[in-house]
Design a protein around this ligand. Structure first.
Ligand code: 2PG
Ligand code: MG
Length: 430
């Protein structure tokens, strides 16, 4: 199939933090697609460049330059070219930008086009978006990892760890997983309200609670108690995104309450915490440059999924290094860290090839776009990180997955306890 772009339009909209982001609309002969891009707060130093205006307007966070990239440069070129598919389209954008980190046109401008084009292609072929990533008889619905307590760069409290997540691995369906999460979320609200007062039930950027704590262990106890209160022990596990770079000063890890641990002491501390609380998955437990600590942790804790986010930054060079050194066993897949869908899918395939898992992820600044829900189903990765089960930009993705599950009926299967074993045999290609 050859797709010709007939119309292009870009605009600035607001994300869930009230900060501008890029939205793009594309029209082909028989299709159309709209997409908007998310934005991180705890970004790694290795991500593709998100083009911001600087200056006074929006405190420098404006995206009029990125919008102009689409309306003034990318759009006119796209309208003169025919594309044979997603890879062709994305490679065209990559070479039009010509930089290593998409700093000329902006990864935010490029990714919005890439995603919108993907929707055009799905439209052209009359298939749901998830089916345009892989055509299989049976799709896998991912286990949602819900972030119910927020700390780090996502909250105004003093909890050093960024995310305390619940994973309903014992649910039978995605809809049941959402039900479990909702029950635990509200039990947790009650617990926090009774212990710290109602004002402590205010939420952080991803919709999780942000109680006024300054140690990293108490949130784990609170989450365990909430799970127990609604009788879901054994069905719902706990996971962490430590985002350790944010509290490492180059020498020590400041874990809260004035405690600063050197790398060796901190390693034992994190390992102990993960074992005591039977954590099933831990993301970025160490600073983003410390491949050696990641490798040691992964080697010594075979029962725990070790996820590389800041460490790998969805970047093929860093993933290759992670594979070589055995630094983790799961890639956190964030399309905007690399800037096109074709590259994101290639990153997933690199991880699959190494026998790793893949967890598709939102960003802390999100829009109502549900793209990642379809991406996770299409890639058959078995796991997705979504924030809390509250707030529109988070529930948009959850509700899309509920819809997909309903639409698939017996052609869909919830990953459950097999979440870390992606459906590699599906043979993904764009
Ligand atoms: C993370 C993400 C998403 P941010 O660290 O995994 O939860 O946060 O988008 O701020 O990088
Ligand atoms: Mg992270």
């Amino acid at each position: 199939m050859v797709a010709r772009i007939k119309k292009t339009a870009a605009r600035a909209i607001l994300d869930s933090r009230g900060i501008p982001t890029v939205e793009v609309e594309l029209e082909t002969q028989n299709g159309c697609g709209r997409a908007s891009v998310p934005s991180g707060a705890s970004k790694s130093s290795f991500e593709a460049l998100e083009l911001r205006d600087g200056g006074k307007k929006f405190f420098g966070y404006g995206v009029s330059k990125a919008v102009a990239s689409v309306n003034g440069i990318i759009g006119p070129k796209l309208r003169q070219t025919a594309f044979s598919g997603q890879t062709d389209f994305d490679e065209f954008l990559i070479s039009l930008d010509g930089t290593k980190n998409k700093s000329k046109l902006g990864a935010n401008a490029i990714l919005a086009c890439s995603m919108a084009f993907s929707r055009c292609l799905a439209c052209e072929s009359g298939t749901p978006l998830y089916a345009s990533f892989s055509k299989v008889r049976r799709y896998c619905l991912p286990v949602p990892f819900f972030n119910v307590i927020n700390g780090g760069a996502h909250a105004g409290n003093s909890i050093a760890f960024q995310e305390y997540l619940i994973a309903p691995v014992g649910a039978k369906t995605f809809a049941e997983a959402a039900q479990y999460a909702s029950e635990i979320y509200h039990a947790l609200r009650g617990l926090i309200s009774r212990q710290f007062g109602r004002s402590a039930t205010n939420v952080g950027d991803e919709g999780g609670f942000a109680p006024p704590l300054s140690d990293v262990a108490t949130p784990l106890e609170l989450v365990s108690r909430a799970i127990g209160e609604v009788g879901l022990q054994g069905k719902v596990s706990i996971a962490l995104d430590v985002a350790a770079t944010s509290f490492f000063d180059g020498k020590k890890y400041a874990i809260g309450g004035g405690k600063r641990l050197g790398p060796g002491e901190y390693f034992d501390f994190v390992e102990g915490l993960a074992k005591t609380h039977r954590i099933i998955s831990v993301e970025d437990p160490f600073c983003e440059t410390d491949f050696a600590a990641f490798s040691k942790f992964t080697r010594e804790n075979k029962a725990i999924q070790v996820v590389g986010d800041d460490l790998l930054s969805t970047n093929p060079v860093r993933i290759a290094r992670g594979v070589r050194t055995g630094a983790c066993n799961c890639l956190l897949l964030k399309p905007n860290q690399i800037g096109t869908l074709a590259e994101a899918v290639r990153a997933a395939n690199l991880a699959y090839g190494a026998g790793w898992g893949v967890m598709v992820s939102h960003r802390s600044g999100e829009t109502e776009d549900t793209f990642i829900a379809d991406l996770a189903v299409g890639l058959g990765c078995g796991q997705i990180k979504l924030g809390a089960c509250a707030r529109g930009e988070r529930t948009a993705k959850i509700n899309q997955l509920i819809r997909i599950e309903g639409e698939l009926g017996s052609n869909g299967k919830f990953a459950g306890r097999e979440f870390h074993r992606p459906a590699r045999q599906l043979g993904f290609s764009l």
